[in-house]
Design a protein around this ligand. Structure first.
Ligand code: SAM
Length: 312
Protein backbone atom coordinates (compact mmCIF):
# COMPACT_ATOMS: atom_id res chain seq x y z
CA UNK A 1 0.00 0.00 0.00
CA UNK A 2 1.36 3.41 -0.92
CA UNK A 3 1.78 5.57 2.15
CA UNK A 4 1.67 9.39 2.14
CA UNK A 5 5.13 10.53 3.07
CA UNK A 6 5.61 12.92 5.95
CA UNK A 7 8.00 15.77 5.50
CA UNK A 8 10.99 15.36 7.77
CA UNK A 9 11.52 19.02 8.61
CA UNK A 10 13.70 20.70 11.22
CA UNK A 11 12.84 23.75 13.33
CA UNK A 12 14.15 25.97 10.52
CA UNK A 13 11.74 24.55 7.97
CA UNK A 14 14.47 22.59 6.21
CA UNK A 15 13.31 19.27 4.78
CA UNK A 16 15.57 16.26 4.22
CA UNK A 17 16.05 14.98 0.69
CA UNK A 18 19.35 13.14 1.00
CA UNK A 19 21.25 10.85 3.33
CA UNK A 20 25.05 10.92 3.38
CA UNK A 21 26.55 7.81 4.96
CA UNK A 22 30.15 7.72 6.05
CA UNK A 23 30.89 4.01 5.70
CA UNK A 24 34.34 3.95 7.24
CA UNK A 25 37.04 6.11 8.77
CA UNK A 26 39.75 4.15 6.96
CA UNK A 27 41.37 5.62 3.88
CA UNK A 28 44.12 4.71 1.41
CA UNK A 29 45.22 8.36 1.15
CA UNK A 30 45.96 11.01 3.76
CA UNK A 31 44.97 14.34 2.17
CA UNK A 32 46.47 17.36 3.89
CA UNK A 33 43.11 19.12 4.26
CA UNK A 34 40.73 16.20 4.87
CA UNK A 35 37.71 16.81 7.08
CA UNK A 36 36.82 13.09 7.16
CA UNK A 37 33.13 14.08 6.93
CA UNK A 38 33.42 15.78 10.31
CA UNK A 39 34.58 12.70 12.21
CA UNK A 40 37.61 12.94 14.41
CA UNK A 41 40.71 11.13 13.16
CA UNK A 42 41.47 9.97 16.70
CA UNK A 43 38.39 7.79 16.57
CA UNK A 44 39.94 5.48 14.01
CA UNK A 45 39.26 2.11 15.60
CA UNK A 46 35.59 2.37 16.44
CA UNK A 47 33.29 -0.23 15.00
CA UNK A 48 31.81 0.41 11.57
CA UNK A 49 28.12 0.61 10.85
CA UNK A 50 26.87 -2.72 9.47
CA UNK A 51 25.59 -3.15 5.93
CA UNK A 52 22.27 -4.29 7.38
CA UNK A 53 21.86 -1.10 9.44
CA UNK A 54 22.85 1.16 6.51
CA UNK A 55 20.21 -0.49 4.32
CA UNK A 56 17.51 -0.35 7.03
CA UNK A 57 18.12 3.34 7.84
CA UNK A 58 17.84 4.14 4.13
CA UNK A 59 14.72 1.99 3.78
CA UNK A 60 12.91 3.52 6.77
CA UNK A 61 13.90 7.09 5.85
CA UNK A 62 12.74 6.54 2.28
CA UNK A 63 9.50 4.80 3.24
CA UNK A 64 8.36 7.54 5.61
CA UNK A 65 10.01 10.64 4.24
CA UNK A 66 10.78 12.16 0.90
CA UNK A 67 14.38 10.95 0.52
CA UNK A 68 15.65 11.21 -3.04
CA UNK A 69 19.37 10.62 -2.77
CA UNK A 70 21.83 8.39 -0.99
CA UNK A 71 25.54 9.19 -0.94
CA UNK A 72 28.36 7.04 0.45
CA UNK A 73 31.52 8.69 1.65
CA UNK A 74 34.11 8.18 4.38
CA UNK A 75 37.13 7.57 4.77
CA UNK A 76 37.28 5.65 1.54
CA UNK A 77 33.96 3.87 0.96
CA UNK A 78 35.48 1.47 -1.59
CA UNK A 79 37.51 0.00 1.27
CA UNK A 80 34.27 -1.59 2.50
CA UNK A 81 34.16 -5.18 1.20
CA UNK A 82 30.38 -5.10 1.42
CA UNK A 83 29.80 -1.93 -0.66
CA UNK A 84 28.33 -3.97 -3.53
CA UNK A 85 25.98 -5.71 -1.07
CA UNK A 86 24.94 -2.32 0.41
CA UNK A 87 24.16 -0.85 -3.01
CA UNK A 88 22.24 -3.98 -4.07
CA UNK A 89 20.32 -3.92 -0.81
CA UNK A 90 18.81 -0.48 -1.43
CA UNK A 91 18.49 -0.56 -5.19
CA UNK A 92 14.82 -1.54 -5.07
CA UNK A 93 13.74 1.56 -3.09
CA UNK A 94 16.33 4.24 -4.00
CA UNK A 95 16.59 6.07 -7.32
CA UNK A 96 19.80 7.98 -6.90
CA UNK A 97 22.71 6.18 -5.24
CA UNK A 98 26.21 7.61 -5.50
CA UNK A 99 29.66 7.28 -3.96
CA UNK A 100 32.36 9.83 -3.28
CA UNK A 101 35.72 8.12 -3.72
CA UNK A 102 39.41 8.85 -4.14
CA UNK A 103 39.18 6.68 -7.26
CA UNK A 104 42.03 4.32 -6.41
CA UNK A 105 39.89 1.16 -6.55
CA UNK A 106 37.53 2.33 -9.26
CA UNK A 107 39.11 0.56 -12.21
CA UNK A 108 38.69 -2.68 -10.25
CA UNK A 109 35.11 -2.14 -9.02
CA UNK A 110 33.35 0.33 -11.35
CA UNK A 111 31.64 -2.32 -13.51
CA UNK A 112 30.60 -4.44 -10.50
CA UNK A 113 29.20 -1.40 -8.67
CA UNK A 114 27.30 -0.29 -11.77
CA UNK A 115 25.81 -3.81 -12.08
CA UNK A 116 24.82 -3.67 -8.40
CA UNK A 117 22.81 -0.52 -9.13
CA UNK A 118 25.16 2.36 -8.31
CA UNK A 119 24.14 5.42 -10.34
CA UNK A 120 27.05 7.83 -10.14
CA UNK A 121 30.41 8.60 -8.58
CA UNK A 122 32.24 11.68 -7.41
CA UNK A 123 36.00 11.31 -7.66
CA UNK A 124 38.37 13.53 -5.72
CA UNK A 125 40.89 14.99 -8.14
CA UNK A 126 42.59 18.18 -6.98
CA UNK A 127 45.35 18.27 -9.57
CA UNK A 128 46.57 16.68 -12.80
CA UNK A 129 50.22 17.09 -11.84
CA UNK A 130 51.79 14.00 -10.27
CA UNK A 131 54.11 15.81 -7.85
CA UNK A 132 51.27 17.98 -6.57
CA UNK A 133 49.00 14.95 -6.28
CA UNK A 134 51.60 13.12 -4.18
CA UNK A 135 52.08 16.02 -1.80
CA UNK A 136 48.36 16.82 -1.41
CA UNK A 137 47.45 13.18 -0.77
CA UNK A 138 50.67 12.36 1.12
CA UNK A 139 51.06 9.25 -1.01
CA UNK A 140 53.25 8.08 -3.91
CA UNK A 141 52.51 7.50 -7.60
CA UNK A 142 48.75 7.03 -7.36
CA UNK A 143 47.54 9.64 -9.87
CA UNK A 144 47.66 7.38 -12.99
CA UNK A 145 45.52 4.78 -11.21
CA UNK A 146 42.97 7.45 -10.27
CA UNK A 147 42.77 8.66 -13.88
CA UNK A 148 42.25 5.04 -15.01
CA UNK A 149 39.53 4.75 -12.39
CA UNK A 150 37.77 7.84 -13.77
CA UNK A 151 37.82 6.36 -17.29
CA UNK A 152 36.53 3.01 -15.97
CA UNK A 153 33.66 4.77 -14.17
CA UNK A 154 32.69 6.62 -17.38
CA UNK A 155 32.89 3.38 -19.38
CA UNK A 156 30.69 1.65 -16.77
CA UNK A 157 28.11 4.44 -17.11
CA UNK A 158 28.52 5.80 -13.57
CA UNK A 159 27.73 9.25 -14.91
CA UNK A 160 27.58 12.17 -14.68
CA UNK A 161 30.84 11.70 -12.84
CA UNK A 162 31.77 14.70 -10.73
CA UNK A 163 35.41 15.57 -10.24
CA UNK A 164 35.77 17.10 -6.79
CA UNK A 165 38.58 19.65 -6.76
CA UNK A 166 39.30 21.30 -3.41
CA UNK A 167 40.91 24.64 -4.26
CA UNK A 168 44.15 25.36 -2.41
CA UNK A 169 45.80 28.76 -2.76
CA UNK A 170 49.28 28.52 -4.24
CA UNK A 171 48.97 24.75 -4.68
CA UNK A 172 46.34 24.00 -7.35
CA UNK A 173 44.30 27.19 -7.83
CA UNK A 174 46.02 27.75 -11.19
CA UNK A 175 44.63 24.48 -12.59
CA UNK A 176 40.95 25.18 -13.18
CA UNK A 177 41.59 25.71 -16.91
CA UNK A 178 43.52 22.40 -17.17
CA UNK A 179 40.76 20.61 -15.29
CA UNK A 180 38.12 22.04 -17.63
CA UNK A 181 40.17 20.65 -20.54
CA UNK A 182 40.43 17.27 -18.82
CA UNK A 183 36.66 17.17 -18.30
CA UNK A 184 36.19 17.95 -21.99
CA UNK A 185 38.42 14.94 -22.81
CA UNK A 186 36.34 12.78 -20.44
CA UNK A 187 33.17 13.93 -22.21
CA UNK A 188 34.59 12.78 -25.53
CA UNK A 189 34.89 9.30 -24.01
CA UNK A 190 31.31 9.12 -22.78
CA UNK A 191 28.20 11.02 -23.73
CA UNK A 192 28.31 14.84 -23.58
CA UNK A 193 27.99 15.82 -19.91
CA UNK A 194 29.52 12.51 -18.74
CA UNK A 195 31.82 14.51 -16.47
CA UNK A 196 31.33 17.67 -14.42
CA UNK A 197 33.99 19.72 -12.65
CA UNK A 198 33.15 20.53 -9.05
CA UNK A 199 35.51 23.08 -7.44
CA UNK A 200 35.04 23.00 -3.67
CA UNK A 201 35.85 25.74 -1.21
CA UNK A 202 38.40 24.55 1.34
CA UNK A 203 36.94 24.27 4.84
CA UNK A 204 39.97 24.85 7.06
CA UNK A 205 38.21 24.60 10.41
CA UNK A 206 39.13 20.94 10.83
CA UNK A 207 42.81 21.73 10.39
CA UNK A 208 43.58 25.40 11.24
CA UNK A 209 47.09 25.51 9.63
CA UNK A 210 45.28 24.96 6.31
CA UNK A 211 43.89 28.50 6.60
CA UNK A 212 46.92 29.78 4.68
CA UNK A 213 45.78 27.76 1.62
CA UNK A 214 42.23 29.07 1.56
CA UNK A 215 41.76 30.92 -1.75
CA UNK A 216 39.51 33.89 -2.34
CA UNK A 217 36.53 31.88 -3.54
CA UNK A 218 34.57 34.99 -4.53
CA UNK A 219 37.34 35.79 -7.00
CA UNK A 220 37.27 32.23 -8.35
CA UNK A 221 33.51 32.52 -8.91
CA UNK A 222 33.88 35.94 -10.58
CA UNK A 223 36.38 34.44 -13.01
CA UNK A 224 34.08 31.52 -13.82
CA UNK A 225 31.20 33.97 -14.26
CA UNK A 226 33.20 36.03 -16.76
CA UNK A 227 34.01 32.90 -18.82
CA UNK A 228 30.60 31.24 -18.60
CA UNK A 229 28.24 31.04 -21.56
CA UNK A 230 25.39 30.35 -19.12
CA UNK A 231 24.77 30.13 -15.37
CA UNK A 232 22.19 28.07 -13.47
CA UNK A 233 21.37 27.65 -9.78
CA UNK A 234 20.73 24.19 -8.32
CA UNK A 235 18.07 23.66 -5.67
CA UNK A 236 20.58 21.81 -3.45
CA UNK A 237 22.32 24.42 -1.29
CA UNK A 238 21.71 26.98 -4.07
CA UNK A 239 24.86 25.81 -5.85
CA UNK A 240 25.87 27.73 -8.97
CA UNK A 241 26.55 25.90 -12.23
CA UNK A 242 28.67 27.62 -14.87
CA UNK A 243 29.00 26.36 -18.43
CA UNK A 244 32.59 27.12 -19.44
CA UNK A 245 33.79 26.14 -22.95
CA UNK A 246 30.97 23.59 -23.09
CA UNK A 247 31.94 22.06 -19.74
CA UNK A 248 29.71 22.11 -16.65
CA UNK A 249 31.42 23.60 -13.59
CA UNK A 250 29.43 23.37 -10.35
CA UNK A 251 30.86 25.23 -7.37
CA UNK A 252 30.50 24.21 -3.73
CA UNK A 253 30.92 27.32 -1.62
CA UNK A 254 29.68 26.65 1.91
CA UNK A 255 31.73 28.96 4.14
CA UNK A 256 29.89 31.90 5.69
CA UNK A 257 27.15 31.12 3.19
CA UNK A 258 23.80 31.39 4.97
CA UNK A 259 22.00 30.53 1.75
CA UNK A 260 23.99 27.28 1.51
CA UNK A 261 22.89 26.27 5.03
CA UNK A 262 19.31 27.50 4.63
CA UNK A 263 18.96 25.19 1.63
CA UNK A 264 20.79 22.21 3.06
CA UNK A 265 18.66 19.09 2.67
CA UNK A 266 21.16 16.54 3.93
CA UNK A 267 21.24 14.28 6.96
CA UNK A 268 24.54 12.54 7.73
CA UNK A 269 25.21 9.17 9.27
CA UNK A 270 28.63 8.67 10.85
CA UNK A 271 30.73 5.56 10.25
CA UNK A 272 29.78 4.28 13.71
CA UNK A 273 26.06 4.74 13.11
CA UNK A 274 25.11 8.14 14.54
CA UNK A 275 22.76 10.62 12.87
CA UNK A 276 24.52 13.97 12.37
CA UNK A 277 22.67 17.11 11.31
CA UNK A 278 25.64 19.13 10.04
CA UNK A 279 29.21 18.51 8.87
CA UNK A 280 30.45 21.28 11.15
CA UNK A 281 28.55 20.30 14.30
CA UNK A 282 29.52 17.49 16.60
CA UNK A 283 27.00 17.96 19.39
CA UNK A 284 23.66 16.19 19.62
CA UNK A 285 24.65 13.16 17.57
CA UNK A 286 21.84 10.60 17.67
CA UNK A 287 22.90 6.92 17.81
CA UNK A 288 21.04 4.28 15.86
CA UNK A 289 21.63 1.04 17.66
CA UNK A 290 19.06 -1.45 16.41
CA UNK A 291 17.96 -2.68 13.01
CA UNK A 292 14.39 -1.87 13.93
CA UNK A 293 11.88 0.35 12.12
CA UNK A 294 10.31 1.99 15.21
CA UNK A 295 13.71 2.75 16.77
CA UNK A 296 15.09 4.21 13.53
CA UNK A 297 11.99 6.38 13.06
CA UNK A 298 12.26 7.74 16.60
CA UNK A 299 15.96 8.49 16.16
CA UNK A 300 15.41 10.20 12.79
CA UNK A 301 12.82 12.49 14.32
CA UNK A 302 15.10 13.25 17.27
CA UNK A 303 18.01 14.10 14.96
CA UNK A 304 15.73 16.52 13.10
CA UNK A 305 14.76 18.18 16.35
CA UNK A 306 18.43 18.95 17.01
CA UNK A 307 19.30 19.93 13.43
CA UNK A 308 20.20 23.57 12.89
CA UNK A 309 22.10 25.60 10.26
CA UNK A 310 25.75 26.37 11.06
CA UNK A 311 25.71 29.73 9.27
CA UNK A 312 22.53 31.72 9.88
N1 SAM B 1 37.80 9.19 0.31
C1 SAM B 1 36.76 9.77 -0.46
C2 SAM B 1 37.30 10.85 -1.37
O1 SAM B 1 38.51 11.06 -1.40
O2 SAM B 1 36.51 11.47 -2.07
C3 SAM B 1 35.57 10.26 0.34
C4 SAM B 1 35.83 11.03 1.58
S1 SAM B 1 36.26 12.72 1.34
C5 SAM B 1 36.24 13.28 3.01
C6 SAM B 1 34.80 13.41 0.65
C7 SAM B 1 34.97 14.75 -0.02
O3 SAM B 1 35.25 15.73 0.96
C8 SAM B 1 36.08 14.82 -1.03
O4 SAM B 1 35.58 15.22 -2.26
C9 SAM B 1 37.01 15.87 -0.50
O5 SAM B 1 37.56 16.64 -1.52
C10 SAM B 1 36.10 16.70 0.39
N2 SAM B 1 36.85 17.35 1.48
C11 SAM B 1 37.61 16.77 2.41
N3 SAM B 1 38.14 17.67 3.27
C12 SAM B 1 37.70 18.87 2.86
C13 SAM B 1 37.90 20.20 3.33
N4 SAM B 1 38.66 20.48 4.39
N5 SAM B 1 37.27 21.20 2.69
C14 SAM B 1 36.48 20.94 1.61
N6 SAM B 1 36.26 19.71 1.13
C15 SAM B 1 36.87 18.68 1.72
Amino acid sequence: MKRDKERLVDAYGRGIRSLRFSLTNRCTLNCIYCHGEGESREQKDRGEISAELVIEIARVASAYFDIRKIKFSGGEPLMRNDLVEIVQGMRSFENDISVTTNGLFLSKYAAELADAGLDRVNVSLDTLKEERYDSITRSKNNLPQVIDGIYSAIDAGLTPIKLNMVLLKGINDDEIGDMVNFVRECNKRGVQGAAILQPIELMPSFNPPMLQYKPNFGKVEDELKSKASSIKTRELQRRKKYIVDGVEVEVVHPIDNTEFCANCSRLRITSDGKLKGCLLKDDNLVPVEQVDERHILTQLKLAMKYREPFYR
